[in-house]
Design a protein around this ligand. Structure first.
Ligand code: GLV
Ligand code: MN
Ligand code: MN
Length: 413
């Protein structure tokens, strides 16, 4: 085996090419699951995997697997990958670095003359982002058995289209029951990703080895007050749903700020107002609430405190507040053996690394339920992510890909 050589120019040109398959004008990227744009990106990725000589298949939810068959084809698989869907007005690196970096790592290993014992498999997960169906990590929830097919079949998008119909129109046959993987499928899984926070860049450390993934939860909240004429209804008579929502949003911010730990974060990212007319009192509001913490008990305590605060806002303003839990997932600990393989690969290539927590969620959160998992982070400029100016330098992308390749070699030897 010769030294592993990452073809940086090829990898970067593929990242740029994928960014052009987008529903937003550059530099923004929008690629929502099962839209024509997403389907085009999937076809493009499959063609690249074919070209690389990998055995490509997809499952009923559209997770794409591209396998380099090892010398012991029946041995558990060493996996890598991430997602290529992108939230509205996103950047070009979130998820993409893990998919195209994973592919490049496999190509570089082949080129080096390395022959794996365990098959090495690239995995592109369907809908890591929650944009269309309201809940993230659809592919990995089903693969890991976290989500039952029945739960998935109940999902609809904002136009009322059922996931089941949407995936079938996208050409995905078969039943969702077939998606779940056996618990001995993986020997290990490693996800390469941009950090999506500022720590690596601030500390000038080029790599992060993730030891834990924080616990995400989200809620849908509906507020129902009374509408009316903006001139005619006097202030004492109002039951303004948006004013109640404003108070509610501040309880969310305050709960995270005062939890006692910087690890609690909370966001209201969606706010729909009805009827949304200048001269009409808002009668209905729909919000999303996203709450995360590295500590499960503290996150759940924050959620319970919010429900209490919302009851008092509801009573005071005579606005009905109904909240529906979308997901409340446990955190995941990464596997010591995979952390060790990543750490040794960093050392072999004389790269400093930081052991760190992932505050963003990833498909690895769910794969950790059926496989030994760890993640490798590269810095992103200013920690920007989920915005068009998300940026990871070519050096960092290539470095992360090299260490990923080395780790896949170690795990599959
Ligand atoms: C993933 O995109 C997340 O919101 O953490
Ligand atoms: Mn994302
Ligand atoms: Mn991501």
């Amino acid at each position: 085996m010769t030294a592993i050589a990452i073809d940086r120019a090829r990898l970067l040109s593929e990242i740029e090419a994928l960014a052009t398959i987008s529903d937003a004008a550059a530099p923004a990227v929008t690629r929502i699951v099962f839209t024509p744009t997403d389907l085009k990106a999937r076809a493009w990725l499959k063609a690249l995997c074919d070209e690389a000589g990998l055995a490509v298949r997809h499952d009923a939810i559209g997770n794409i697997f591209a396998r380099w068959i090892g010398s012991d084809p029946s041995a558990p698989v060493v996996g890598t990958g991430s997602h290529i869907d992108a939230i509205p007005n996103a950047g070009k690196y979130d998820g993409v670095v893990g998919v195209l970096g994973g592919l490049e790592a496999i190509r570089a290993l082949r080129q080096s003359g390395f022959r794996p014992r365990n098959s090495i498999e690239l995995l592109m997960f369907t809908s890591e982002e929650p944009t269309r169906f309201g809940i993230g990590c659809l592919g990995s929830r089903l693969l890991s058995g976290t989500f039952t097919p029945d739960t998935a079949r109940k999902l609809t998008d904002k136009d009322g289209s059922a996931l089941e119909d949407v995936r079938r129109s996208a050409g995905l046959g078969g039943e969702l029951e077939t998606v779940v993987l056996p618990s001995n499928y993986y020997k290990a899984f490693v996800e390469l990703h941009i950090e999506q926070g500022p720590i690596l860049e601030r500390q000038q450390i080029p790599l992060g080895v993730v030891t834990k993934i924080a616990a995400p939860a989200s809620l849908r909240v509906a507020l129902e007050g009374a509408g009316g004429h903006a001139g005619g209804v006097l202030m004492p008579d109002r039951r303004d749903a948006l004013c109640a929502a404003a108070e509610l949003i501040l309880t969310v911010e305050n709960a995270a700020r005062t939890s006692g730990a910087v690890d609690t974060v909370a966001t209201v990212g969606i706010c729909h107002v009805f009827p949304a007319a200048v001269n009409s009192i808002p009668s209905r509001v729909r919000l999303s609430v996203d709450i995360r913490d590295t500590d499960l008990a503290r996150r759940d305590a924050v959620m319970a405190a919010l429900e209490t605060a919302w009851r008092s806002i509801s009573t005071k303003r005579q606005v009905a507040i109904h909240s529906e839990l979308v997901n409340a997932d446990a955190p995941a600990d990464c596997a010591p053996a995979v952390i060790e393989a990543l750490s040794q690969s960093c050392k072999k290539h004389e790269q400093k690394f930081l052991s760190m927590v992932s505050r963003a969620y990833h498909d690895s959160l769910f794969l950790a339920r059926i496989a030994p998992v760890a993640m490798l982070f590269i810095p992103c400029h200013n920690g920007y992510s989920h915005r068009p100016d998300e940026y990871a330098s070519p050096e960092d992308v290539a470095r992360g890909t090299l260490v990923l390749a080395e780790t896949l070699a170690t795990l599959s030897a």
